[in-house]
Ligand binder design. Structure first.
Ligand SMILES: [Zn+2]
Length: 70
């Protein structure tokens, strides 16, 4: 099951969030961090709009997908 619509679903499924920026930078956000970072009630859209890339410093250009680590 992929295509979560809220952060709460990531947290519940204990799925990491793989964030891929347009510049090519990829990071993995552990599910435990997501709720603390954004608040679990946010939709994925709202969360990605707030994500700021540490390399290109652009906001809202990343795409995210669930990843179960390992
Ligand atoms: Zn970037």
């Amino acid at each position: 099951m992929d295509g979560f619509s809220t952060l709460a679903e990531y947290v519940k499924a204990r799925a990491d969030m793989r964030v891929k920026c347009k510049c090519g930078r990829e990071v993995n956000l552990p599910s435990a961090t997501l709720g603390a970072m954004f608040g679990a009630w946010l939709t994925i859209e709202q969360a990605t709009a707030r994500l700021k890339c540490k390399r290109c410093f652009k906001r809202g250009v990343a795409t995210v997908s669930p990843s179960h680590g390992r």
